[in-house]
Write a protein that binds this ligand. Structure first.
Ligand code: DUC
Ligand code: ZN
Ligand code: ZN
Length: 493
């Protein structure tokens, strides 16, 4: 009699880490879901021997930009096909890019347009954040609450960039809706007027090389906006997540708020660990390959970011992948190959290198533990954006989004070996000691390092509707309401 295998796939001899534990087990997978964890599991129709290597949850990259529309002629090199291919090859199995509201347009239009851009392309699963640039009464009263209920439960707002920024009053209006509807607000915290003044004065004096980008956005500019964003969030007692935090000044603001018990969360990115402002200065115009906002800082700030990653100030480690090609009149050179720094699109690629860099320099060099790595790169982003427990961990009933990690003697990163559509990486030549051997999404192999195999199953990635972020239990705790008498007086629930 033919005996049916117990599982579709069994991964044997896995050294598993979750945010909470490490243990050795076999992983039994059926219908793309983790069906069993244990020793000596029964047969699978297919078997993979992890041979004692680390098997970690697939990465959740909760901040990346793909095929984002613009009004300034820039074009992002990566769409949902090349972007998710690159993600998978670097161990990321869920991405959350941004549906951007055009000023004068609605959020509904932004979401419909972004779904059309994604259609038939992603190989990994994906959700959408929203970007709110024009919070009209109709948006605040009708559109946004409806979209939150439909699974778009997080949105980003900007305190800088003329085409995107909201003033404090508009930020408060948006936070009030976020509080009522239990959504997560992500804030780009830099002071627009400070940047405008510094930029104007620098350009008047002919200081226009890429390195002056960093001086036009010095840490105090980020610190002030971070403090203000936190203050507004505290006034509304609603969670805010400060994105792409670059160094000590902003970290101190966040830590003080967290110590006060304020619902403040924070994200940092590879560029604040692995680049410095000196990378903007070397090589003439090529410095723009490292031009992003906030800018990379110095070695002391890198050390502050490492400490805050280890201590738990940060919940999220994302790429902020912003794929502008270097030698491209729609990319970094949209205003020419000697353009002043303020005419260069902000952002750098990093979807594929995010996890290998952090695993190599963080886990293998002993700066953070493997459980912290899992928490920052998968579990916490999944929780904060309402994708947990389907995503973000290795647990029975969760999707079998898994990465088996190879470790090896240091090898340089080469852009020609990456899978994005950008013509450079800011990390060219930088050595890593680890890379995903295998990336699985819902039990399907998407990437195999030994053979260079990459799935071509465009469109297999599923759109994920996000639940409310897990944080909101805090507000219903008995006694919390009386800490906010002004909200009580206003009857704001
Ligand atoms: N800064 C942003 O605010 N977004 C994209 C990339 C960047 O550098
Ligand atoms: Zn930003
Ligand atoms: Zn961004």
């Amino acid at each position: 009699m033919q005996v049916h295998p117990a599982f579709d796939l069994v991964i044997r001899n896995a050294r598993i880490a979750t945010a909470a534990d490490t243990f050795s087990a076999d992983i039994g997978i059926t219908d793309g879901v983790i069906a069993s964890l244990g020793q000596g599991l029964s047969d699978g129709a297919r078997e993979i021997d992890a041979a004692g290597r680390w098997v970690l949850p697939g990465g959740v990259d909760a901040h990346c930009h793909l095929d984002q529309p613009s009004d300034d002629g820039t074009v992002m090199a990566d769409d949902f096909a090349s972007g998710t291919r690159s993600a998978a090859c670097g161990g990321t199995t869920t991405i959350i890019p941004f549906a951007l509201q055009r000023r004068g347009g609605t959020l509904r239009e932004a979401v419909a347009d972004y779904h059309a851009r994604a259609a038939g392309k992603p190989i990994v699963d994906y959700a959408f954040h929203l970007i709110i640039t024009d919070p009209t009464p109709a948006l605040l009263e009708t559109e946004l609450p409806a979209l939150i209920a439909e699974g778009y439960t997080s949105f980003k707002i900007y305190m800088t960039y003329d085409a995107l920024k909201l003033d404090d009053r508009r930020i408060i209006d948006v936070l009030e809706v976020a509080r009522r509807e239990k959504a997560m607000t992500m804030v780009h915290a830099e002071n627009a007027d400070c940047i405008a003044w510094l930029t104007e004065r620098m350009l008047e004096r002919g200081l226009s090389a890429p390195s002056y980008h960093a001086l036009s956005r010095v840490p105090v500019v980020e610190r002030e906006a971070t403090h203000r964003a936190i203050s507004l969030a505290e006034m509304l007692d609603t969670p805010v997540l400060i994105v792409h935090v670059s160094g000590r000044d902003a970290i101190e603001q966040i830590q003080q708020a967290q110590l006060r018990g304020a619902p403040i969360y924070a994200e940092t990115c590879p560029q604040y660990l692995f680049l410095t402002e000196d990378d903007l200065g070397g090589g003439g115009f090529e410095g723009v390959k490292c031009l992003c906002s906030p800018p990379p800082r110095d070695a002391a700030n890198q050390a502050s970011v490492w400490r805050a990653l280890d201590h738990g100030t940060f919940q999220v480690f994302s790429s902020d992948h912003a794929p502008y090609r270097y030698a491209d009149a729609h990319g970094k050179q949209i205003a020419g190959d000697h353009a002043p720094f303020d005419r260069v699109p902000n952002g750098i690629p990093g979807l594929e290198t995010r996890l290998p860099l952090l695993f190599s320099e963080g886990v293998m060099q002993g700066r953070i533990g493997v459980q912290r790595f899992v928490s920052l790169t998968a579990t916490e982003p999944a929780k904060l954006y309402g994708l947990y427990p389907r995503k973000g961990s290795i647990a029975i009933g969760g999707d079998a989004d898994l990465v088996i990690w190879d470790t090896f003697a240091p090898q340089p990163i080469r852009n020609r070996a990456l899978h994005h559509a950008v013509d450079y990486t800011p990390y060219e030549g930088r050595e890593v000691r680890a890379w995903p051997a295998l990336t699985l999404s819902r039990g399907t192999i998407l990437w195999e390092r030994a053979t260079g195999y990459v799935s071509e199953a465009r469109g297999r990635g599923e759109f994920l509707r996000c639940a409310r972020p897990v944080d909101y239990h805090r507000q219903s705790r008995p006694g919390r309401r009386q800490l906010f008498p002004w909200l009580e007086a206003l009857g704001i629930a």
